[in-house]
Write a protein that binds this ligand. Structure first.
Ligand SMILES: C[S@@+](CC[C@H](N)C(=O)[O-])C[C@H]1O[C@@H](n2cnc3c(N)ncnc32)[C@H](O)[C@@H]1O
Length: 204
């Protein structure tokens, strides 16, 4: 049977990426605050790293700036920033202790393309973001409302969801329609369970 890391490498095999993800795992393991219930190395590779990046392997997105809302311990934002060192990635997190952990991590990992924002995303304005991600933060409707001041030019939202995805889409449908967004739902059953809701502007 393949290990979690081997499964991850069958999707993303870049050695520099893997080296940095290993270091990020160690930082999590030694963190003084509890940032994740997932403790084991191979499980980390599947449930955090592959879960964060899978959608980028299977879908093509064209973006220069990405904002990860409610990054917590850095998911999916840190793996995305490592996969795309040429893209600007904003990690927004309202809890200072979590931001301090992320600050240490980007220093140790020598990540140059990340900007940390210690605030609630509702308070942000004055930045235009091509792509917005959020995992385990709030309903689709809330994320759309909360990010309205930074999403004037947003082409894609990728929202990492669980089982309640259809109820959330139903609730958010009027706003999705008003914003002129299309919906794509990508369901993964193996090697982890996830529904990714992709909201995008149909430019044709
Ligand atoms: C359940 S955690 C998920 C963390 C990470 N995205 C993950 O999947 O591992 C939700 C995080 O969102 C943050 N959060 C909740 N509402 C927020 C808001 N309005 N603006 C910024 N961060 C927020 C919380 O502080 C928390 O760290």
């Amino acid at each position: 049977m393949k290990s979690g890391k081997e499964i991850f490498k069958s999707f993303f095999s870049d050695e520099t990426l893997i080296e940095k993800l290993d270091i990020f795992y160690d930082l999590h393991k030694n963190a003084k605050i509890n940032l994740t219930a997932i403790k084991y190395y191979d499980e980390f590779y599947i449930k955090h790293y592959l879960d964060s990046l899978y959608i980028f392997k299977t879908n093509k997105f064209s973006f220069d700036t990405l904002m990860d809302i409610g990054s917590g311990g850095g998911f999916p934002g840190i793996p995305i920033a490592l996969l795309y060192p040429e893209k600007k990635v904003y990690l927004v997190e309202s809890i200072s202790k979590k931001i301090n952990f992320l600050k240490e991590a980007i220093g140790v990992l020598k990540i140059k393309n990340v900007e940390l924002i210690n605030d609630r995303c509702e308070n942000l304005k004055g930045i235009n973001i091509d792509m917005i991600t959020a995992r385990g933060v709030a309903s689709v409707n809330k994320i759309l409302k909360w990010t309205k001041n930074v999403s004037r030019e947003t082409k894609y939202y990728v929202l990492y969801k669980g089982e309640k995805v259809f109820d959330e889409i139903k609730e958010a449908r009027p706003l999705i329609k008003k914003m002129g967004l299309e919906i794509k739902n990508v369901r993964v059953e193996e090697p982890f369970k996830r529904s990714y809701i992709i909201l995008y502007r149909n430019i044709n």
